[in-house]
Design a protein around this ligand. Sequence first.
Ligand SMILES: [Cu+2]
Length: 286
Amino acid sequence: MKFLSALTYAPFLLTGLASVANAHTYLRNLTMNGVKYTEGQCILPYVGDRIQPVLNPTSQDMMCRTQDKNLTASMTCPIKAGSTITVEWHWLEDFPNDVISFNHLGPCIAYMAPLESKGHGDVWFKIFEEGYDPATKKWCVDKIREKAAHGQWNITIPADIKPGDYMIRTEIIALHEAYRENGAQYYPNCIQARIQGSGSATPKGYAIPGIYNATDAGIMFDLKKPYTSYPIPGPPLYKSGSADTNQRVAYSSQAGTPTPTPTAVPYATQSKVYAATSSAVHRCAA
Ligand SMILES: [Cu+2]
């Protein structure tokens, strides 16, 4: 009994420790059409120590943080264009206080690309961005760390995009070491989604890596100097209905075979403790 209760409390203890030294983060859960998904379903599988940030903006790992491996999720999850998905970030477990270290301030950003591109080429268009709000003095990361948010933020899929299979790349950038070149930490993770609808827009895309440069104003940013605004890095935000005809990607027919509607995963089966196993663990001062 004693052993069992120690196990029960272990994640809390780990949470406490990690918030001191190493509280990075990853996309842990995803809710689309009211169904909750987790790793390996519609979220691209992770390799090794899933919470480690990408530190080099020219790395292939900038795409989906899969350590350059050509991975696919086992499901492509259905969602209607114009509706909203909820992504949920944690460094370890599903607890509300277990999201990301308080000092990892920065923006939340999301991109999409046609799945058939596998993310290669000028294919990524930005669909969401939230940086720093001078009125509330809160960063996107502050908001998702709030207890009620539970690590979650919402992303609306543009209503007018052409239906088909896409990758959705969600990302948090932590700026606590970004006062120096290559100090920003990138936390991208990708989702496979089947967008349903009747739109026809094929927004202009950009290459990843390539969207950020080490010296961009929103990438090299000193949190210790006074600031009243923050320039969100990357290409312009695509808004549904904007006249963006500058298509670069060849979108072929993406009809394919429909993925069966997956069923929700019981919460209990998602409760796993992931140990940090990487030999090259990046540690952040808290
Ligand atoms: Cu970190």
